[in-house]
Design a protein around this ligand. Structure first.
Ligand code: 4FM
Length: 229
């Protein structure tokens, strides 16, 4: 998977991707992460990427020319999709993450400040995606959420043991409780069933816990799950 990120702050992207599982995914070649900075495509000597909005109002708007030129500098391969991260987009969920993991290249458009000049959307026509109904100061964190969530679906990113098909959401339910050593902490014991080595019973316990917790914590997901049974 080739991730291409259009951003005014490339270090935010590269820094996150140089730790833990993302670092390993880059080093083993499962993913590559390239950034393009619209500031490198400005035509004026002050390298201006934003300006005041026509019609007035607060904040600065990203100028179309540096952004579109940055976009057009990216080498598109077959099976590529372009995504704009914005609160106006389609809500990101596990099913959309799975769909995106089927591409070979994802070009991501991060904004900052008050917004994009609308002509950036008119020209590039990206798939617009939101990570939730709240407003951030820029699209870099949402782009990283997408990179991270898609990367862990790709073969070779997670080890066999941490495999993504046992995740919350792969079956539409949230996860069962996890325990590690010691067997007792502050008087709270690990459930006996997890210690007896009976894998059939353990599987049954975990499944029941998943169902119970989903009903309690995410009644919306529980309803959906029951409908699909
Ligand atoms: C701010 C995006 C300025 C673009 C933002 C510009 C967001 C979200 C978000 C902030 N993105 N889901 N929620 N972006 O808040 O995706 Cl120009």
């Amino acid at each position: 998977m080739r991730f291409e990120v259009i951003t005014l702050f490339p270090e935010m992207i590269q820094n996150y991707c140089s730790f833990s599982i993302m670092k390993r995914a880059v080093e083993t070649g499962v993913v590559s992460i390239n950034t393009v900075n619209p500031r490198d495509y400005t035509l004026d000597k002050h390298k201006k990427v934003d300006d005041t909005p026509y019609g007035g109002g607060a904040g600065m708007v990203l100028m179309a020319q540096p952004y579109v030129d940055a976009y057009e500098s990216i080498e598109r391969i077959n099976n590529s999709v372009t995504v704009m991260l914005s609160p106006q987009g389609r809500p990101l969920n596990d099913s959309l993450v799975n769909d995106l993991s089927g591409y070979d290249q994802i070009i991501m458009m991060c904004g900052h400040y008050e917004g994009f000049d609308e002509r950036i959307r008119d020209i590039i026509k990206p798939l617009e995606i939101s990570i939730g109904d709240f407003v951030l100061t820029g699209g870099e964190l949402p782009a990283l959420c997408l990179i991270d969530a898609v990367s862990r679906k790709l073969d070779g990113t997670l080890g066999k043991i941490e495999s993504a098909d046992e995740d919350s959401f792969s079956n539409g339910l949230i996860e069962y409780p996890h325990y590690t050593k010691p067997r007792e902490y502050r008087g709270i014991k690990v459930p006996e069933v997890l210690l007896n080595g009976n894998h059939k019973e353990i599987e049954k316990f975990r499944f029941e816990q998943s169902i119970q917790r989903t009903k309690l914590k995410r009644p919306d997901l529980y309803e959906k799950y029951m409908k699909n049974q």
